[in-house]
Design a protein around this ligand. Structure first.
Ligand SMILES: [Zn+2]
Ligand SMILES: [Zn+2]
Length: 344
């Protein structure tokens, strides 16, 4: 029988269509895994082409002179720009704000052929440290209301450039989606006196069926009401509302966890396109007891179609429990020792 399951945080319902359920291995892609060359002369993110990007915001340097491991640059085709002030106008039914914001690109490696799933843990750590540094820096700007850090991997996930990179967009407003999550989490806190995320994490760790892996500081689960196949959450075990509050030991642990999960998806499903995003409370809500940040990975294995657009409900053909079992069984090698260099 099909089953409707409710996301306890967003209150959204998803249909887990067990009648048309697919075994996880039915979703393994049959296309060949692409390995691009390590240098592409026309790629602005490749070593030697640094002058073809806007001036760098931040870099993690390597051991050799002039060598870099991670670069942050403003997006050449920015959705929002920091050169205007956020000016609000309300004219009858029309509301606008001038397009203030920051739109940055985090180039994950000088190597064009690199893919996050196959990087060393140390290099993923460099990337996460850069996320935190930019998050902290931009949070100090009083005009910034919210910062979204995300990655688009592959055409289905919306990327236009092959060279591995992530992005960050800082906006002068908080979206209604983020507000609703905060409100629902606050409502739960008011009613039950607990962080709903902490409560879900505890339940999942006791039940274990949807847990993919667990470390000292993080637990990885396939959420009970996953809207899409292999949607994966990485939760910090310790309560924390803002990604900006992550500590050094946790960043090291998270790099290993993130890289391991991406490698499990890469090897298990043949390099699926995916997005990931860090769902943090906006900086002004850092420290609240009711919200809990996490990282959400969404492999793009199914298409959003008319029903999803019309109803706001998703139909998932893969049981989260089956996805978790599948991912637990994908063996991936440890890569901690292949580190080229670690950021200071
Ligand atoms: Zn490149
Ligand atoms: Zn919590």
């Amino acid at each position: 029988m099909p089953e409707l399951r409710q996301n306890r945080i967003t209150k959204e319902w998803v249909i887990v269509a067990t009648e048309r359920a697919k075994r996880p291995k039915d979703l393994v892609l049959s296309r060949p895994v692409k390995t691009p060359p390590s240098f592409v002369p026309s790629c602005p993110f490749c070593t030697g082409n640094e002058a073809n990007t806007p001036p760098e915001v931040l870099r993690v340097s390597g051991q050799n002179d002039g060598e870099w491991l991670v670069r942050v640059i403003p997006n050449k085709f920015a959705a929002l720009v920091p050169t205007v002030q956020p000016k609000r106008t309300v004219e009858r039914s029309k509301r606008t704000i001038t397009g203030f914001g920051f739109h940055e690109v985090i180039v994950e490696s000088p190597d064009h052929s690199a893919t996050t799933a196959l990087l060393s843990d140390a290099q993923v750590c460099n990337i996460l440290k850069v996320f935190k540094a930019r998050y902290e820096q931009l949070s100090l700007d009083s005009r910034v209301a919210n910062i979204t850090i995300f990655k688009n991997h592959g055409v289905e996930a919306g990327t236009s450039l092959e060279h591995s990179h992530c992005q960050l967009i800082a906006t002068p407003v908080i979206s209604s989606q983020v507000r609703n999550r905060l409100h629902e989490a606050l409502r739960h806190y008011d009613e039950f006196g607990e962080c709903i995320f902490c409560s879900v994490i505890q339940d999942e760790m006791e039940e274990k069926t949807r847990v993919v892996l667990e470390t000292d500081h993080f637990v990885v689960i396939e959420p009970f009401a996953s809207g899409t196949p292999f949607n994966t959450y990485i939760y910090p075990k310790k309560h924390s509302a803002s990604f900006g509050d992550i500590g050094a030991v946790e960043i090291t642990d998270l790099s290993r966890v993130l890289r391991t999960i991406l490698a499990k998806l890469y090897h298990g499903l043949q390099d699926p396109d995916y997005n990931y995003t860090i769902r943090s409370a906006p900086a002004e809500y850092a420290g609240v007891k009711y919200y809990h940040w996490y990282l959400s990975i969404i492999p793009r294995l199914s298409r959003v179609a008319g029903f999803e657009l019309g109803s706001g409900m998703f139909i998932n053909t893969v049981l989260p429990e089956a996805a978790a079992e599948f991912l637990r069984e994908v063996q991936v090698e440890a890569r901690a020792t292949t580190a080229a260099s670690v950021a200071k």
